[in-house]
Design a protein around this ligand. Structure first.
Ligand code: MYA
Ligand code: JJ1
Length: 388
C-alpha cells in the first residue's frame, strides 16, 4: 500500500501495538563516509536547485509555487498562503543550512516546480534531546502530481540532512502515513463571523441568525490582564526560562535556548506575535502567549480573496489562568483584524477551546518522527511541539 514509506525507517502499521520494540532510533547512525555523495536522480526533464531564500527573485518563485500549489482543505475552498517574510523567518533559524532548501526546476525553462525544506531543531523525546531536522513545505506543482516525485525529494533531503550528521526528523501532514506519533484536531474561533460565513469557512448554526452569531463572538476592545504587553528583546532570558520550564512537562517538545527564543518568539510584524504578563509588583514575567500569521487564499469567491488567520503557537500560564490569557490573545487578534484564530488540541489547549467558543474543524494534523520509534501513540496533550 505504501510502496515508498514501507522502505523507510519509520514506525510501520504492522508494528503498531507491538510493545516489545524499543523506543529510540530505528536504524543506527552510519559513518558519514557511507552517505551517498551525489544527489538522487530526477526524471531527465528536471534538475535540483538549492534555493537562496535571501535572493528576492528566488523567494518570489517559492512564494508563487506555494501560493498556487500548496495545502488545501478537503473541499478545495482554501489554500495556505504563507507570506515571503514568513518563509524567510521559517527557513532561517539559528544554525540553518542553505543546502536544506531544495527546489526542482524544469531543465529547459528553469521554472520552479517542486520544493522541500528542512531546518535544524533540538527536540526532546522524554529524557533524550535529539538533533533533528524539521521538514516542511513539501510541494509538487499540480501538473506534476502522482509521478513519484515526492519520494525522490524526501530521499534527497534525507541525504542532505545525513551529510550534516543528523539522523532524525520531525514533520506533520494532513494525510495519514506510516505512522503518526499523534493525531491532533484543528479548532477554530470565529473573530469575523460574517465574513467566515460569506466565504464558506463556517456555517450559520441551527436556530441562529447572523446578528445573534455576531453577538455570540463579540470580544472586548482591550485586554483585561494587568501587565499584559508585547514581548521585547530584553525579555528573551526570562521568556526562555519560562518556556523551557513549561515545555519540560510534554513527551515531545523543542529544547529552546535563548537564540531559539529570540528567533522563534520575538515579535516579527505580520509573522509572529508574542505577548507576556509582567507582574506589576515584582516585574517578573509570569505568563506568555503567541500566535503566528498564516493567511489562506479563498478560492473562487467574488467578494473576498484572503482569509486572515492567526494560529496559536506557544502559550505558558503560571499566574494568569490560561483561559484569561488566551482570551486576551483573541482580543489582540481581533483588534489586529484577523478573521479567525486557529488552534490544535495539543499542550493544554483543550482546557480553553470550548469555553472560549472554538469549534472543531474538519481538518486533522498528524505528527511524525523519522527514524525514531515511540512505543505508544501519544495523546495530543502530550505534545509540546508546534510546526509551522
Ligand atoms: S506536509 C505538506 C505536504 N504538501 C502538500 O500537501 C501540498 C499539496 N500536495 C502536494 O504538493 C503533493 O501532493 C505532495 C505529494 C508533494 C504532498 N508527506 O510524488 P507522489 C507520499 C510525506 O506520486 P504527489 C509537509 O510538508 C505518498 O504516501 N509523504 O505524490 C511535510 C506516496 O508514498 P507511498 C507524502 O501527490 C512533509 C508518495 O508520497 C505526503 O505528486 C514531510 C507519492 O508520491 C506528505 N505530505 O506529491 C515529508 N503526501 O506510496 C517526509 C504524499 O509510500 C519527511 N506522500 O504511500 C521525512 C523525513 C525526511 C528527513 C529525514 C532526515 C533524517
Ligand atoms: O480550516 C479548516 N477547515 C475549516 C474550513 C472548512 C471548509 C470546508 N472544507 C473549518 N471550518 C469550520 C469552522 C467553524 C467555526 C465556528 C465553530 C465551528 C467550526 O473546519 C481545516 C482545519 O480544520 N484546514 C484544512 O483542512 C487545511 C489542511 C490541514 C492539514 C494541514 C497540513 C499541514 C502541513 C504541515 O506541514
Amino acid at each position: 500500500k505504501h510502496k515508498f514509506w514501507e522502505t523507510q525507517p519509520v514506525g510501520q502499521f504492522k508494528d503498531v501495538g507491538d510493545t516489545s520494540l524499543p523506543e529510540g532510533p530505528i536504524e543506527p547512525t552510519t559513518p558519514l563516509s557511507e552517505v551517498k555523495q551525489e544527489p538522487y536522480n530526477l526524471p531527465s526533464l528536471y534538475e535540483w536547485t538549492t534555493c537562496d531564500i535571501d535572493d528576492e527573485d528566488t523567494c518570489t518563485e517559492i512564494y508563487n509555487l506555494l501560493t498556487n500549489n500548496y495545502v488545501e482543505d478537503d473541499e478545495n475552498m482554501f489554500r495556505f498562503n504563507y507570506s515571503k517574510e514568513f518563509l524567510r523567518w521559517a527557513l532561517r533559524p539559528p544554525g540553518y543550512f542553505k543546502s536544506w532548501h531544495i527546489g526542482v526546476r524544469v531543465k529547459v525553462s528553469k521554472k520552479l516546480v517542486a520544493f522541500i525544506t528542512g531546518v535544524p531543531a533540538k527536540i526532546r523525546v522524554r529524557d533524550e534531546v535529539v538533533n533533528m531536522a524539521e521538514i516542511n513545505f513539501l510541494c509538487v506543482h499540480k501538473k506534476l502530481r502522482s509521478k513519484r516525485l515526492a519520494p525522490v525529494m524526501i530521499k534527497e533531503i534525507t541525504r542532505r540532512v545525513h551529510l550534516e550528521n543528523i539522523w532524525q526528523a520531525a514533520y506533520t501532514a494532513g494525510v495519514v502515513l506510516p505512522t503518526p506519533i499523534s493525531t491532533c484536531q484543528y479548532w477554530h474561533r470565529s473573530l469575523n463571523p460574517k465574513k467566515l460565513i460569506d466565504v464558506g469557512f463556517s456555517r450559520l448554526g441551527a436556530r441562529m441568525t447572523i446578528s445573534r452569531t455576531i453577538k455570540l463572538y463579540k470580544l472586548p476592545e482591550s485586554t483585561v490582564t494587568p501587565g499584559f504587553r508585547k514581548m521585547e528583546l530584553r525579555d528573551v532570558p526570562a521568556v526562555t526560562r519560562l518556556i523551557r520550564n513549561y515545555l519540560s512537562q510534554f513527551v515531545v517538545a523543542p529544547d529552546f535556548d535563548e537564540n531559539d527564543v529570540e528567533h522563534w518568539l520575538l515579535p516579527t510584524e505580520n509573522v509572529v506575535d508574542s505577548y507576556l504578563v509582567e507582574s506589576p509588583e515584582t516585574h517578573e514575567v509570569t505568563d506568555f502567549c503567541s500566535f503566528y500569521t498564516l493567511p489562506s487564499s479563498i478560492l473562487g469567491n467574488q467578494n473576498y480573496s484572503t482569509l486572515k488567520a492567526a494560529y496559536s503557537y506557544y502559550n505558558v500560564s503560571t499566574q494568569t489562568p490560561l483561559l484569561q490569557l488566551m482570551n486576551d490573545a483573541l482580543i489582540v487578534a481581533k483588534r489586529k483584524d484577523y478573521d479567525v484564530f486557529n488552534a490544535l488540541d495539543i499542550m493544554q489547549n483543550a482546557s480553553f477551546l470550548k469555553e472560549l467558543k472554538f469549534g472543531p474543524g474538519d481538518g486533522q494534523l498528524h505528527y511524525y518522527l523519522y527514524n525514531y520509534r515511540i512505543r505508544h501513540t501519544l495523546k495530543p496533550s502530550e505534545l509540546g511541539l508546534v510546526l509551522l
